[in-house]
Design a protein around this ligand. Structure first.
Ligand code: RUQ
Ligand code: CUA
Length: 693
């Protein structure tokens, strides 16, 4: 750490602070300046300069994964405004895969091909984008198990399931009576429920009302979604909440299993200039939800069947065709009719993250504007509830006294605490957005043990398993919101930056800096062996139940159904069959149903048509994908394989002839018997070797 780079943090942090929080009271600004100065002083320590090179050498060897070897962890980072999820290897920071979820992806054809389009269906129609924030691994007994990854859609509230045997999205559920699914999709320790809480309060049911009637008409909801049965995600119940902004959530565990905690801000119920007007109250709340109490009330019929409009989209496991089903009702619980279901824990100030430690006793809040990190105690909360230590009541929800639930406060932690993760050894790590650092502190004594500057303005941090009952506490990933000068400049917009920190010793050590795609909010990571060996290598052709599957060359063909023309086609190294099509007319819609009949790992083919107002489709071995094409002009148009699959990949092509409407050209497709015998041979050859055509 040089003085120059320390200054850079100083100016950068200060600049950010000024830019982002212009309306904070002066006092907070002064505290901010003080803390920034402290960070700079820390960063300038001379001993560190001397040891810098030695450390760099050590760090390199700790993240070096030799060519051909595997990383120790899979890490799943959300893509933020790119609407997807990225799988990385840790510690190397290698990008392994972009998993398509809510956004159309021309790289794979997700959301462009006919089979996957229904996945993006919502009550607003086809919505080909969302804003993904939090990845969440499924858990068994409070430990990530590597079966599924859940990811929220923050914009048009949705939750999705990714199957970690295929790394494909298999299910998407829209959340009704909600706006902004931010506190989502955090799981209970058994994956019985994942949750989604509304970020923006809205009229429920939504209605044409004046925004100035916010206090009377706007409400929030907490949704509990059953998640342990693939293909059957459903909203078990919703809880109607006051019209605040619900921000983040985490389930209880161990002794607090059965409870769920949500942060909220804007308890002021401001509806304009929130920056100023929602920062008035010294304390907002954490909502503690008693899930068992809610279940009981639901069982007693206290949740009202309420009209709702939402979609549940599932990828059929056999046909690999998605279907979208519209649903019309949810069960809504009013806390007034179910006493004991929700309590409010006063929490300073505009809290963002809420994180439960591995023991399940401590509930840590990240009060964005707070000068301390407040930690609530679950056992004290239980006692306070038993003693009725209430200070007030908000719309039927008892508010517990701050002093009755608080276990301690971390003093002078830094500025802008957001999120906390745990290492399983009694330590907690909190991200500090404004002072750009990760702060390590001790559970129980609340003393600050160490600080690590990060570049710049960290949002979430992630320790593999760090929000579960069993953290694999070796690394910490800091996901930073601002990149500035960290990499070679790429114009006004830069990739986001992630930094990997070694947390195995007393002091944190910076290991690696790598760019990420989109904006990773949160991430999850798990030892690679819990996923690696279950990875599917290809889909069995004999299991392919797509009604338009073509299992052999001889079975290919073309048929007309009114103005629709269906082409059944196979792809195999290194040709399509059929590969010459005639008799298509202007005014027709052509469906190319392409089956990749390879039965070998990673032998993928693509299919693109000149002028198609669509993307290509990419077809995994054993799968069928359908490209819809509406020709717009008369002529002959090539199609070709888009994925370099063999030495004769460039030969993998064909033509489709388009004639004027009403033309007498016969509908024909060439299906050759000779090609058919060759395809068998091609299947037996390794990827890079193909027989002549
Ligand atoms: S967020 S930086 Cu989880 Cu969307 Cu906190
Ligand atoms: Cu198939 Cu290139």
């Amino acid at each position: 750490m040089t003085v120059r780079s320390a200054r850079r943090i100083f100016s950068s942090t200060q600049e950010l602070f000024m830019k982002r929080v212009p309306l904070l009271p002066k006092l907070t600004l002064m505290i901010a300046a003080g803390a920034i100065a402290a960070v700079v002083l820390y960063a300038c320590s001379a001993t560190e300069t001397k040891t810098n090179n030695v450390l760099a050498g050590n760090a390199a060897s700790k993240v070096y994964v030799p060519p051909g070897q595997y990383d120790e962890y899979y890490a799943f980072l959300s893509g933020g405004f790119n609407g997807q999820v990225m799988a990385y290897g840790l510690p190397s920071g290698r990008l392994l895969k972009l998993i398509s979820v809510y956004s159309q992806n021309p790289e794979t054809g997700w959301g462009y091909n006919e089979e996957t389009k229904p996945m993006l269906q919502t009550t607003y129609g086809f919505v080909p984008w969302d804003d993904t924030h939090h990845t969440e691994l499924s858990q068994t007994n409070g430990v990530p198990d590597g079966r599924w990854l859940f990811i929220n859609g923050n914009n048009t509230p949705r939750v999705a399931r990714i199957d970690l045997t295929t790394f494909e999205t298999t299910e998407i559920l829209q959340i009704p009576n909600a706006a902004g699914g931010h506190a989502s999709p955090f799981t209970t320790p058994d994956t019985k429920y994942i949750v989604s809480a509304t970020r923006f309060s809205v009229p429920i049911p939504n209605a044409d009302v004046s925004i100035s009637t916010f206090k009377q008409n706007f409400k929030g909801t907490l949704s509990f979604i059953t998640a342990d049965q693939p293909g059957k995600m459903d909203i078990s119940f919703q809880i109607m909440m006051p019209g605040f902004n619900y921000d983040l959530g985490h389930a209880g565990k161990g002794p607090s299993n059965g409870w769920f905690f949500f942060t909220m801000y804007n308890t002021e119920q401001a509806y304009q200039k929130l920056e100023l007007n929602a920062s008035q109250n010294d304390k907002d709340f954490i909502a503690a939800v008693n899930i068992r109490q809610a279940e009981q009330c639901v069982a007693q019929g206290k949740a009202k069947a309420t009209p709702a409009d939402y979609f549940h989209n599932v990828m059929d496991a056999k046909t690999h065709i998605a279907r979208a089903e519209r649903k019309t009702t949810v069960r809504m619980l009013d806390p007034r009719e179910c006493p004991g279901v929700v309590y409010f824990l006063p929490t300073p100030k505009s809290p963002h993250g809420v994180d439960v430690d591995p023991s399940g006793e401590y509930i840590v809040a990240g009060g964005k504007l707070a000068t301390v990190i407040p930690v609530h105690s679950f056992s004290r909360m239980q006692k306070a509830i038993a003693d009725k230590a209430f200070e007030s009541d908000v719309q039927g929800i008892p508010v517990l006294k701050y002093n009755s639930t608080i276990a301690g406060e971390v003093q002078k932690p830094g500025l802008g605490p957001l999120h906390t993760e745990f290492d399983g050894k009694g330590n907690a790590y909190t991200s500090m957005f404004i002072s750009s650092e990760v702060v390590k502190w001790k559970l129980g004594t609340w003393e600050v043990l160490d600080r690590m500057p990060v570049y710049y303005s960290v949002g979430h941090i992630m320790i593999p398993g760090g929000d579960s009952q069993k953290p694999w506490g070796k690394y910490l990933l800091s996901m930073n919101k601002i990149t500035k000068d960290r990499y070679l400049p790429t114009g006004p917009e830069l990739a986001q930056s992630a930094q990997l920190i070694d947390i195995s010793g007393d002091k944190m050590k910076m290991l690696l800096d790598f760019p990420t795609i989109g904006e990773p909010h949160y991430a999850q990571a798990i030892p690679a062996e819990l996923i690696r060996d279950k990875s599917v290598k290809f889909f069995k052709l004999s299991d392919n139940a797509n009604p338009n599957v073509t299992t052999s060359e001889a079975a290919g063909g073309i048929r007309r159904d009114g103005k629709r023309v269906h082409v059944n086609m196979i792809a195999i190294r290194s040709h399509f069959a059929p590969d010459n099509l005639e008799g298509v007319q202007l005014g027709d819609t052509v469906y190319f149903h392409v089956t990749n009949i390879e039965q070998d790992w990673d032998i993928v083919h693509g299919f693109g048509v000149m002028g198609a107002q669509n993307s290509e489709v990419v077809i995994a071995p054993g799968a069928t994908r359908t490209l819809k094409w509406v020709p717009t002009i008369v002529g002959v148009f090539p199609f070709y394989c888009t994925d370099f699959c063999s030495a004769l990949h460039q030969e993998m092509q064909g033509y489709v002839r388009v004639s004027p409407a009403g033309s007498t050209v016969a509908l024909t497709a060439n299906v050759s018997a000779r090609a058919s015998s060759q395809s068998k041979r091609a299947q037996q050859t390794p990827r890079s070797v193909s027989g002549p055509r």
